[in-house]
Design a protein. Structure first.
Length: 407
């Protein structure tokens, strides 16, 4: 509860008038002081009344690509039974506020407001809560309370169509990609039997030892496996335009394009970040039925339409700190785990000096492609090293990607 400057002045005047009237026996001053004190008390009681409001909001859609339209529908209902609500309210939408008219909102009635959510920048736009302000008629006390929760709107990076896809280190006897769901070439692991599994895949020796049916899981070594490493170090993207690293935004677009192209081609893909993740995720629970956005950054990709790595790419932010140590840790992990056979590294102009660390991964990954986003001049790369693509933005990266002749 906040007392305005007018209310503070009137309260001080009330104290002075009452003190002077009682001290010098002036009933007129005492009467004026008492009236001023009663006015402040009335203002406090008026502003302290808390209206019963039910607030709900719905984003349509709640996941959009950068630049697409998104509309927020806010519904405010007066859940009280006796008094009408005549309030001043505004809804928070990202860094801006939207006025919400609540004039003479009768009991049991509701009002609906629609407005556009800004989607010009990639990120997670938190919408809400509704802020309702109560004032007394004299303007002595002002009280603001939040109503309702916060709903995030996910603004994904732009996805540029890619026509080329890596072929991988192995080759299928029937073509470039084998479509066998569980694979049929190399043993990978054992798991518990579930209804529908073929009995010929049961590993009877292990089943007899553990006391329950265990099934062999195989992998298809001819199926290409992509690993996308996004360089989210602040040192790799030193240039800023109005506080925004455009090269990093382009790198996010390139990562989204590669991940989406791999999904459409039914290729396994893994998304990794160089530095420990610093995300802009809001402190709210995801809507019912939405994908789990708290999964690790290297979790298998789940697309499209809402969730998975596109949500993560919408929320990821640049990470400060020891960028060189973070890159050494990331490359060491990639070398030890060998998560795939095609590695795609997306960095900025500041990452050119670290191409040697990336090139050393050729022993673990037969095919390594490095995308330098925001590049103004070609990057030097040895003839036997990784394929280096210099691109000014995400669209230029897509054109360079489709022109790759060797993986």
């Amino acid at each position: 509860m906040g007392i305005t400057a007018r209310g503070a002045g009137l309260l001080a005047a009330a104290a002075l008038l009452l003190g002077a009237g009682l001290r010098f026996a002036y009933p007129e001053l005492t009467l004026l002081g008492a009236a001023a004190a009663l006015a402040v008390g009335y203002a406090l009681a008026t502003a302290a009344w808390r209206p019963r409001l039910a607030v709900s909001r719905h984003a349509d859609p709640d996941r959009v690509t950068r630049g697409e339209a998104a509309t927020m529908t806010l519904t405010v209902r007066n859940a009280g039974r006796l008094r009408s609500a005549n309030l001043l309210a505004e809804d928070r939408c990202g860094t801006t506020t939207v006025p919400v008219p609540l004039l003479r909102l009768r009991p049991g009635r509701d009002t609906e407001v629609r407005y556009d959510v800004p989607t010009s920048r990639r990120g997670v736009v938190p919408v809400g809560p509704l802020r309702v302000t109560r004032r007394d008629p004299l303007g002595l006390v002002c009280l603001a309370r939040p109503y309702g929760g916060t709903v995030p709107v996910w603004v994904h990076p732009r996805v540029h169509p890619l026509t080329a896809t890596p072929t991988g280190a192995g080759r299928s006897l029937d073509g470039r990609v084998d479509g066998v769901p569980h694979g049929s070439i190399t043993f990978d692991s054992l798991r518990e039997y579930v209804v529908g599994d073929e009995l010929r895949r049961v590993h009877w020796r292990t089943s007899a030892r553990v006391g329950e049916l265990m099934v062999r899981e195989n992998v298809d070594t001819s199926l290409p496996r992509l690993v996308v490493l996004l360089d989210n170090r602040a040192a790799a993207h030193p240039d800023r335009v109005d506080g925004v690293a455009e090269s990093f935004e382009s790198a996010c677009e390139a990562a989204a394009s590669v991940v989406t192209a791999a999904h459409r081609a039914d290729l396994p893909v893994t998304l990794l970040l160089v530095a420990p993740e610093a995300s802009g995720l809001p402190d709210t629970d995801p809507p019912t039925g939405s994908p789990d956005t708290t999964a690790p950054a290297d979790a298998p990709t789940a697309l499209p339409g809402g969730g998975g790595p596109l949500d993560r790419l919408a929320a990821v932010e640049l990470a400060t700190g020891d960028g060189a140590a973070a890159l050494r840790t990331a490359t060491s992990r990639l070398r030890q785990d060998r998560l795939g056979d095609t590695l795609v590294v997306l960095t900025g102009p500041g990452g050119r000096a670290d191409l040697g660390l990336v090139g050393a991964l050729r022993g673990a990954y037969p095919s390594v492609v490095v995308g330098v986003l925001g590049a103004r001049e070609p990057s030097a790369a040895p003839a036997t090293g990784p394929v280096v693509l210099d691109a000014a933005d995400g669209a230029a990266f897509a054109a360079e990607w489709d022109g790759i002749r060797r993986w």
